[in-house]
Design a protein. Structure first.
Length: 138
């Protein structure tokens, strides 16, 4: 079932993230690129929990590669809840973000993303982020 929980490019939750654009230099020698995106809902009063065991199971963010073998791979992406957490994050691994997320812009969860991309690409847009099945209660 669809919910109002989405990924956004800004903390005000005004611009929904459609793809995780990863720019690279044409020679493939770009340094690691860090970005911050936000997971949240503009609907105040909503609560989001895992469908399998609400309030107990974690909400999990997974890195999805829609076109494996072309361009940047999910194994080149790290996600963490803090910028410092990127150093110890495992590339390609999913991330637990808690057992519930409240709606409203002030409750958005900041997600720090690092791409380590040893491939030639101008911009790779086949990498996305997804949550496990989530239930929204109002």
């Amino acid at each position: 079932m669809a919910t109002s929980l989405n990924f956004y490019t800004d903390s005000a939750l005004s611009t929904e993230l459609t793809t995780l654009d990863i720019p690279q230099l044409p020679d493939g020698l770009s340094p690691d690129i860090d970005n911050v995106i936000y997971l949240g809902s503009t609907l105040s009063g909503s609560i989001f929990q895992s469908t399998t065991d609400p309030g107990v199971d974690q909400i999990v963010i997974a890195i999805i590669d829609a076109n494996i073998g072309s361009g940047i791979e999910s194994s080149n992406i790290k996600i963490a809840l803090t910028s410092g957490g990127l150093d110890s994050a495992t590339a390609g691994a999913s991330l637990n973000v808690g057992t519930s997320i409240n709606g409203g812009t002030g409750s958005a969860v900041a997600l720090y993303i690092r791409s380590d991309t040893p491939v030639l690409a101008s911009t790779d847009t086949d990498i996305t982020l997804e949550t496990n099945d989530i239930t929204e209660t109002l």
